[in-house]
Design a protein around this ligand. Structure first.
Ligand code: ZN
Length: 163
């Protein structure tokens, strides 16, 4: 309890703090300060122990801060991975659309090519193909066998020119 020293005397702030400190007593044990030279501790030992505790409390707070930082980094990494995944998915669907357009663009050419080869086949302009029937096929293959270079055409070299 803070008491007014003299009736009508105003206490300034420093005075009040001093009185509160005195009322609280030793910061470590809460006991009376007695004739201690310190304004906060009853003995030097209690001052040292209190400082020690305070330092450890500080390191606990530092560890907690490190953990919070680590959690923040993990959260950021997870968000980054999710963003990359979304980007990949978007790119894949864009590619699908693009390929769809390319295929659609080439379809008329493919149809035209099919029609052209049909027309050429019907006109008998496509190179001869071996028949499916085995006997006819054997005959056809014999007729179309490689009989070597035609007269007037240069022969291929007999040996490889190794240099
Ligand atoms: Zn104490």
């Amino acid at each position: 309890m803070i008491e007014v020293r003299n009736k009508g005397e105003r206490m300034d702030n420093v005075d009040i703090i001093e009185r509160i400190d005195h009322a609280i007593g030793c910061h470590y044990c809460g006991g009376p300060l007695g004739d201690s030279p310190s304004e906060d501790f009853c003995t030097y030992g209690h001052q040292r122990r209190w400082n020690d505790l305070y330092r450890r409390l500080g390191s606990v707070e530092a560890v907690a801060e490190e953990l919070r930082e680590e959690q923040r980094r993990h959260r950021e990494a997870a968000e980054h991975a999710a963003a990359m995944q979304r980007k990949i998915t978007a790119t894949m669907s864009e590619l699908e659309t693009a390929f769809g357009r390319i295929i659609a663009a080439f379809r008329p050419f493919a149809l035209a090519a099919a029609t052209t080869s049909q027309v050429l086949a019907e006109a008998g302009l496509l190179p001869d193909r071996a028949p499916e029937d085995p006997a006819r096929r054997a005959l056809w293959l014999r007729r179309h066998r490689n009989t070597g270079p035609k007269p007037g055409r240069p022969r291929p070299p007999r040996t490889l020119n190794r240099r």
